[in-house]
Design a protein around this ligand. Structure first.
Ligand code: NAD
Ligand code: TDX
Length: 342
């Protein structure tokens, strides 16, 4: 595994993965293929050694470009996507184009040149779970977290296109012998996350003197994982995973949104109630929770960044120290939300 292509390597999770590989696997050379949409930023991978990381600005739906890169590579790790649920509710087309046609273009090239492929996906393909408080035994029983056997049941245009892309990969493995693995991870947090997403939006609101915005009653639960733990899991699956298998990645980090917001407010020295409740998201998934025992037992993976309070404090510090990274976009992102009453 000497030469890898990382699609979406200028986005949030992809760029953290590029940093992870550069820091931990000195023998690996990385080509980042990224369109630099509003969510991609070449600053995210600036300053890395030029002999190890090359950025190609291009679209994963561009088949000739993709083929030219893939034929020279040992593996493709596919992160590029349209990734924000709220955007997918306003305009689903780019999600269909990038998430479905883009994945199709990559797996066709990998099949043609016999290249190893890892598909990065989300727990949202499984739909949502009831809140623990509504379950007998408060959700400790079997079947109350997502596993690789949970039926697909996506809710939003975003998650349905991710689900479709996973199914393309599964079919290419079975029908064409594509050398692929799939991972479905829970909600990531950490540096370089776009300020449209929940945690960075609230931190940058407070830093800008605006009030945080909580959708609905804030009881919705997300299973938070530090993006560095996601990176270590993807590297392990890429190098030690069984072809054709799906691995769920999660670090037992369930928290409801109101609790996360109150923790951000506390860590930033604000009163607990200094936020606005705004219009709920249409079709808002209630709870996600990952059972990652397969990854832990078969591949020996363990998350390292499991102290959420500490991870959040570090993330707040990162946004505080990198205001030039997000400030130019803040007004436009908030104006867009305001149009929707959020
Ligand atoms: P992001 O929106 O921050 O980054 C996406 C990147 O893909 C950007 O750099 C963008 O420029 C690039 N891109 C978009 N369309 C492209 C195209 N057509 N061609 C080439 N590049 C293109 O997303 P993220 O949050 O870092 O998510 C990365 C991946 O991880 C996605 O596949 C997402 O579904 C998955 N995932 C995300 C989370 C999460 O919590 N954010 C959790 C599980 C899985
Ligand atoms: O301002 C906000 N207020 C709020 O209450 C925003 C932006 C979000 N929320 C809520 C909605 C969700 O319950 O916070 C939760 C997290 O929202 P997002 O950051 O938009 O993430 P989510 O919709 O859960 O999806 C994320 O995790 C799974 C990523 O964006 C996806 O790419 C990934 O697949």
């Amino acid at each position: 595994m000497k030469k890898i292509i990382v699609t979406g390597g200028a986005g949030f999770i992809g760029s953290n993965f590029v940093h992870y590989v550069v820091n931990n696997h000195p023998e690996v050379q990385i080509t980042v293929l990224d369109k630099l949409t509003y969510a991609g930023n070449k600053e995210n991978i600036a300053g890395l050694p030029e002999d190890r990381v090359k950025l190609v600005v291009g679209d994963i739906t561009d088949a000739p470009l993709v083929e030219n890169l893939v034929k020279e590579a040992d593996a493709v790790v596919h992160y590029a996507a349209e990734s924000h649920n709220d955007n997918s509710l306003k305009d689903p087309f780019p999600f269909v184009q990038t998430n479905l046609i883009g994945t199709y273009t990559l797996i066709e090239a990998c099949r043609k040149y016999g290249v190893r492929y890892h598909h990065v996906s989300t727990d949202e393909v499984y739909g949502d779970l009831p809140l623990r408080e509504d379950l007998p035994g408060h959700g400790e029983g079997k079947g109350e977290k997502f596993t690789a056997e949970t039926p697909y049941n996506p809710s939003s245009p975003y998650s349905s296109t991710k689900a479709g892309s996973d199914l393309l990969v599964r079919a290419w493995v079975r029908s064409f012998g594509l050398k692929a693995t799939i991972s479905n991870c829970s909600n990531n947090y950490g540096p370089y996350q776009h300020i449209e997403k929940f945690i960075p939006r609230q931190i940058t609101n407070i830093l800008s003197g605006a009030r945080p915005k909580l959708y609905g009653n804030g009881k919705n639960v997300r299973d938070w994982i530090h993006t560095n733990d996601h990176s270590s899991a993807v590297w392990l699956i890429l190098t030690k995973g069984t072809i054709g298998e799906t691995y769920l990645i999660g670090a037992d980090g369930e928290e409801d949104n109101k609790t996360v917001l109150e923790l951000i407010l506390e860590l930033m020295g604000q009163p607990k109630e200094a936020y606005d409740q705004v219009k709920d998201r249409a079709g808002h998934d209630l709870r996600y929770a990952i059972d990652s025992s397969k990854l832990r037992e078969e591949l020996g993976w363990q998350p390292k960044f499991t102290n959420f309070r500490e991870g959040l404090a570090d993330t707040i510090q990162w946004y505080t120290e990198h205001q030039e990274w997000w400030q130019a976009e803040k007004q436009a992102v908030e104006a867009n939300y305001a149009k929707n009453g959020q």
